[in-house]
Each structure stands twice: as C-alpha cells, then as structure tokens.
Design a protein around this ligand. Structure first.
Ligand code: CP
Length: 333
C-alpha cells in the first residue's frame, strides 16, 4: 500500500524546501502540495527502508513531553532514531526547572543550546506559542492543550491516502468522493481541530464530513466558516448509527475526554462489530482508546487505527528530515 501511494504521486521536492528550519505549530501552515509531497516521502520511507541514509546523524532531538503520551513521543523518537540522530527526552516536568517555576521562555533559551529540533507536548494551549520568540531552533507542536496536534492529523490523512491513493486526484469524479464521519468535538479536541484543517486541503476527495456530537456549539467562532470557505462540506449530527452505513471513513476519539457527554451519549457513540458499518469502510482512532472502540473490531478489515499509529513514524520521519536536511539529500532522485 505505501508503495502504491508513493508511485501515484509525481515527485516535486520544491514545496518541501520551505520546511527547512521551520516551526510546525498548526495544520494551517500546510498546503495541499506540501502535504502531498510529504506523504510521498513518508510512503517511500515506509515501503523502502533502505532509502534511509541516516540523514540526521549527529543531530539531537529534544523530546519534551510535559503531558503523558505513548504514541506521539515514541513515534517521534523512533523516527529520529531510524534517521540516525540522538535524543534527549523529558517525560516528567517535575524533573525539570518547571517544577521550580522556571519560565517557558527561559527553558526555550536553554533548548537552543542543547539540541537541533524540539518536539513539545504541553497541556497549555499557549505553551508552544510562548516558546517561539525565544527559539533559534525549530519546534514541532506535539499537542498543545485543546488547540492542535498537526502531526497526528498528517498521520491520519496519510492513512486515508494509503487506503485509497486515487483520492489524491484533483479531478476525481464526484461519485468517487468519500464521506467522513468524525466522532468528536472540533472546538474541544486538538486531534479533530487539526484533522479538519488538513481535510480542508483536499476538498476534491471528500463529499461530506459529518461531526457526531451532542454539543450544541461544537465549533469556535469562525471555525466552521473557515472549513466551508476552503470547500469542505461539514455538518453536525447527534445520531451516529443511522448514518454509519453511508460513511467510508469513521474517525472516532476517546469520548471520555469530553466529560459529561460520555455519560449521556456513550452508548450512541461506541463502535463494535455490531455497529452497522459500511462493508469497505475504515475506522481511524488517534488512540489511546477507551470503551468507545471495542477490541472485537481489531481483527476486522475495518481496523486501520493500528496502521494509522504505525504510519505516524514514517510521516514524522519525512517531516523531520525536511526540517533538518535539504530534501534533495534524502529523496530518491
Ligand atoms: N495520538 C496520540 O496523541 O497519542 P498519545 O497521547 O499516546 O501520544
């Protein structure tokens, strides 16, 4: 599957050159061409490990996770290791100057001296923005509060295109477009906010996005309008089950995160082998999962959530490579 995706995209390294030494904070920074070329490089990495010429040898990643993570931290670190680099990791803020009240700007100043790239997760929305002014090395936002998680969204969309590479065709016939269901809250979940922004770069692939939530105001001011202006058709529904047979991609989140809603809507927003899923549909989940995604779906062909977590390594390899090295040094030209 990654080979088919790589071969379906004509190589054009030029959009990737602009990623050199650039901060990655929001999905909003990425246009369709850049994402497409990133997915090509990701798929090359995934299908042909021999391509890796250890381009990050001698470079140091500061992996700063001030909030728990399994996949994001380990997949970033796996990506960096596979590219030949070294890592310094923070997994507990109590073991750093943060516990003594050190400012995030002063921490950023120190990071400049010790590494070449920072990957930051923090439970405050503003954390990554507060660091920017003090930084002379690039930073990747690995989740800032309820704001954004752009590299998760890249892994999500990469998975969709691996599943169906033809969706990248800007002239895709309308009847081949897919319908995407997202179980989650766009203004309270960073995964959903970032994913919607990236899906909006590919409106020719998507007939409609349906947001499933019981929230009466699931969008921030201007959020839905921004998506609609980009050509993405988005609507909200409270009833998942009647719509499931029409959805090609079902993106489910850990519903427990939205508090009271889980108690009220938990039964309605769960997926299992008893759910009326469309025959060829795929399920995505950023994980970690809770009760909303039954393990009985794991051995089925609907399970693309494990492929999604695996693909994140290759997407992050592609992005980190382009941030640190000239892409001509690593692409298969
Ligand atoms: N998808 C995701 O962000 O998972 P972690 O919280 O384990 O990093």
């Amino acid at each position: 599957r990654p080979r088919a995706l790589a071969e379906s995209i004509p190589e054009d390294p030029s959009p990737l050159l602009a990623l050199a030494s650039r901060h990655v904070v929001s999905s909003r920074q990425f246009d369709r061409e850049t994402l497409t070329q990133l997915f090509r490089l990701s798929a090359q990495y995934e299908s042909t490990p021999a391509l890796m010429h250890l381009p990050l040898q001698g470079k140091i990643l500061i992996s700063a996770f001030y909030e728990p993570s399994t996949r994001t931290r380990l997949s970033f670190e796996s990506a960096w290791h596979r590219l030949g680099g070294d890592i310094m990791s923070i997994t507990d803020p109590k073991s750093t100057g943060m516990a003594k009240g050190e400012s995030i700007q002063d921490i950023a100043e120190m990071f400049n001296n010790y590494g070449d790239v920072i990957v930051l997760r923090n439970n405050e929305d503003r954390s990554v923005y507060d660091m920017l002014d003090a930084l002379r090395i690039p930073i990747v936002n690995a989740g800032n509060g309820i704001d954004e998680h752009p590299t998760q969204a890249m892994a999500d969309v990469y998975t969709i295109f691996k599943w169906r590479p033809e969706l990248l065709d800007p002239d895709l016939p309308r009847d081949k477009r897919i319908r995407v269901g997202i179980i989650g809250v766009p203004n309270r979940m960073r995964t959903v906010r970032s994913l919607l922004l990236l899906l909006a770069r590919f409106p020719t692939a998507i007939e409609e996005v349906v947001i499933f939530t019981d929230q009466d105001s699931p969008f921030d001011e201007g959020q839905a309008e921004e998506l609609n202006q980009a050509g993405l058709s988005v609507r909200v529904s409270k009833r998942l089950e009647p719509e499931l047979p029409d959805l090609d991609v079902v993106y489910i989140n850990a519903i427990a995160w939205v508090g009271d809603s889980y108690e009220q809507m938990g039964a309605e927003l769960k997926l299992s082998t008893h759910s009326p899923l469309k025959k060829d549909s795929i399920i995505l989940h950023p994980l970690a999962r809770g009760e909303e995604l039954d393990t009985d779906l794991d051995p089925t062909l609907h399970n693309w959530y494990f492929a999604q977590a695996r693909g994140a390594v290759f997407v992050r390899m592609a992005l980190l490579t382009c941030m640190v090295r000239r892409v001509s040094e690593v692409m298969d030209t």
